[in-house]
Design a protein around this ligand. Structure first.
Ligand code: TYM
Length: 328
């Protein structure tokens, strides 16, 4: 069987990019060998309000359950409940080079945004080593992610190979997998920038829990272009191509096939909005039910953590042994 691992950070609200890039593929391919994680330690790379972090972590787990992740089928847990992640992260930090970590575009973007003199934590720099540990602990073959995580999974592969060649076979070398549509959902107002969680209030971001009216308004106002031709061409027509990718992602088609159905932007926008609203409606209903019972979510997460720990502990023991740490 193919072992699958992926994670999502509890920061901000889940948006359509998360959904199409990662979460729908997670749900669709879940089986007994799928392991999904709310990576709360990754949220700590920027200062957090403790109450808010607790709330966001729980709510994110509830969103994942309402999307259809079934803890009877797959493993769903919170990263900080399995301490093996932080321990293996140190071995990964010592396997990654300063140069490699410096080249990570997400680090460069985020540290640039903080500006000169702004606070950039050491954790933001070493974050990809923790992400590598997350994946390698579970012997994952595949890591379903959106396009923005491509570089981090590439680094994970390099670290696994380097560790294996230095200390003997220890880790499975994973590969990233991407959806055929929606691997990079762009901001509706600025279609050359990716849709992101930090833009919660932005008119270009569709949140999973947005009301139908808000979704319709945001898609109706999405930036397109003035040549009036419906065609999938990300370079020349980023706004229209983004709408085509969204409609394709939500309906399980390809953007090119969707493009063939439309001649004007108006109907494309109307159908995209209707399809998104229809896809989100049952998720929102289930979320409201789950949100009313946080104790049950906590119970399910505890079961998930117990299951995850079994695999994680075995891999960590192997890594410790191979690198020469004295047995306890
Ligand atoms: P995060 O929490 O930012 O995003 C979760 C998932 O959503 C995808 N995504 C997108 N896909 C398409 N279009 C977008 N605009 C968009 N924005 C986000 C991301 O690619 C991701 O798959 N570092 C990771 C979390 C992580 C992880 C891991 C992932 C930690 N450890 C191990 C995989 C395996 C992150 O910050 O994702």
């Amino acid at each position: 069987m193919t072992r699958v691992f992926s994670g999502i950070k509890p920061t901000g609200h889940v948006h359509l990019g998360n959904l199409l890039g990662a979460l729908i593929p997670w749900v669709e391919r879940q089986d007994a060998d799928s392991i999904y994680c709310v990576v709360d330690l990754h949220a700590l790379t920027v200062p957090q309000d403790p109450d808010e972090l607790r709330g966001t972590t729980l709510r994110l787990a509830q969103v994942l359950l309402s999307l259809g992740l079934d803890p009877e089928v797959c493993t769903l847990f919170v990263q900080s409940h399995v301490h093996e992640h932080t321990e293996l992260a140190w071995l990964m930090e010592c396997t990654a080079s300063f140069g490699e970590l410096s080249r990570m575009t997400q680090f460069k973007d985020k540290s640039d945004k903080a500006g000169r003199g702004g606070f950039v934590s050491g954790g933001l720099f070493t974050y990809p080593a923790l992400m590598a540990a997350d994946i390698l602990l579970y012997d994952a073959d595949e890591v379903p992610v959106g396009d923005d995580q491509r570089q981090h999974v590439e680094l994970t592969r390099d670290l696994a190979e380097r560790f294996n060649s230095r200390y003997g076979p220890t880790f499975t070398v994973p590969r990233a997998t991407f959806p055929s549509a929606g691997a990079r959902v762009m901001d509706l107002q600025e279609p050359t920038a990716k849709m992101s969680k930090s833009d919660d209030q932005a008119p270009g971001t569709i949140l999973l829990l947005d009301e139908p009216k808000a979704i319709e308004r945001k898609i109706k106002r999405a930036v397109t272009d003035s040549d009036g031709e419906v065609r999938f061409d990300v370079e020349a027509k980023p706004g229209v191509s983004n709408l085509l990718s969204i409609l394709a992602g939500v309906t399980g088609r390809t953007p090119e096939a969707v493009a063939a159905d439309y001649e004007r932007y108006g109907p494309l926008k109307a159908d995209t909005a209707a399809a998104v609203v229809e896809r989100l409606a049952p998720i929102q209903t289930r979320y409201a039910e789950l949100a009313a019972d946080p104790a049950e979510t906590a119970r399910l997460l505890a079961v998930g953590a117990d299951r995850a720990r079994e695999t994680a502990a075995a891999t960590l023991a192997r890594a410790r042994d191979n690198i020469g740490l004295l047995p306890r």
